[in-house]
Design a protein around this ligand. Structure first.
Ligand code: NCN
Ligand code: DMD
Length: 346
């Protein structure tokens, strides 16, 4: 693993303490803006700034295919990954809509779609044409897993260089809830029945089949729980590795990471396993209804901001939550203090 993944600065707790004191001078009862106050403090600690900004946000959507779809574990065909990438490029997907809403810089990265896609706006960083079916073979080689993390890392650095003040990571990959559940099983040591969910919307019957396939695949692959590269290489996926890499880049540049749903939270656990300390830069934005998300969140030790029953992915929950996070920064920057407004506390 490359040395630069180690270079994550510590968050500045002293800055947080000062901002906390300042928040208590603003024209509101002490503590009355609840979680917004906590968010403002966390952002100040991450960015090492008394008045942190989260605009414009950068959105990176990593797309890749999964060989495990051959086992009938998704409600949609593999071809939808490529078709949705075209939809992203044409501006018609949910993440396009919400990215426009929040004035985000949006980039779409092909890190492993099973087909070639020609488009001037697509960032082509394809490592391979989808992963291997991890029920029958390793998802990818160790080198490919490292390359995927490196691609994500470089894309993260680039969008920050272009001015992104925080990072929203999104994914598109039919079959990726299977890889995510497999990774989570290795990291949490919990029973597969608690970690699998309906993903894009499979039936109760297919859910039982999905759990059994992943359980057997893990017995065959036997990833090393202490080696995140081994886990990704054995069960995938390329977009999950890319997201983990981008998270490491964000933390190295003190950019807050807005973590989306189930797949992104699992990618966050991989990033944390590579470099403990990266999680200090993470804000989990929403609670996915995928059941494994709760367990992934408890391992990460984070509480989501909103719960809207989402299970889309793409970074949509994070994009929606951006406005709430921005509210916390505007509270700091724009609210009057008791002193400036001439309001007496006594
Ligand atoms: O982000 C989530 O929590 C989430 C939960 C369920 C499904 N998804 C999306 O659905 C796809 C994976 O579902 P599946 O059933 O094909 O494994 C993938 O493209 C994800 O973006 C995303
Ligand atoms: C249509 C569709 C859009 C998606 N976006 C993220 N995952 C997805 C899965 C499907 C099936």
């Amino acid at each position: 693993m490359k040395q630069h993944f180690e270079l994550i600065p510590k968050v500045n707790k002293e800055m947080g303490r000062q901002v906390s004191e300042y928040i208590n001078t603003l024209t509101k009862p002490i503590g009355s803006l609840g979680r917004l106050e906590e968010l403002a403090i966390e952002l100040a600690e991450m960015k090492n700034e008394a008045f942190p900004s989260v605009t414009p946000p950068g959105v990176l959507v990593f797309a890749a295919d999964h060989g495990i779809t051959d086992e009938g574990v998704s409600a949609y065909p593999k071809a939808v990954t490529e078709q949705m990438v075209r939809n992203f490029l044409n501006g018609g997907a949910a993440i396009n809509v919400f990215s426009r809403q929040i004035g985000a810089l949006l980039e779409v990265i092909d890190i492993g779609v099973a087909n070639d896609i020609e488009h001037e706006s697509l960032i082509n960083k394809k490592i391979r044409y989808g992963t291997g079916n991890f029920y029958r073979e390793d998802a990818m080689s160790r080198e490919e897993a490292e390359q995927a993390i490196e691609v994500g890392y470089q894309q993260g650095l680039q969008i920050i260089k272009k001015g992104a003040q925080c990072l929203i990571l999104g994914e598109m990959g039919i079959g990726n809830t299977s890889s995510s559940s497999a990774i989570l099983a290795v990291l949490s040591n919990r029973d597969m029945s608690l970690l699998v969910g309906k993903g894009t919307g499979i039936s109760d019957e297919t859910l039982v089949h999905k759990a059994e396939i992943i359980k057997q695949a893990l017995e065959r692959r036997n990833p090393n729980p202490n080696d995140p590269i081994d886990i990704v290489a054995k069960v995938g996926g390329l977009e999950i590795a890319g997201i983990a890499g981008a998270m490491l880049a964000a933390a190295s540049k003190r950019a807050p990471i807005l973590v989306d749903g189930f797949i992104c939270t699992v990618a966050a656990l991989i990033a944390k396993s590579i470099s403990p300390g990266v999680d200090d830069y993470m804000i989990v934005t929403h609670q996915s209804i995928e059941p494994g998300h709760q367990i992934a969140l408890s391992l990460l030790g984070k509480k989501p901001i909103i719960d809207l029953g989402l299970r889309l992915g793409e970074g949509t929950g994070a994009a929606i939550s951006h406005s709430i996070i921005q509210s916390s920064t505007l509270m700091l920057k724009e609210m009057a203090t008791f002193h400036s407004a001439g309001i007496s506390k006594e």
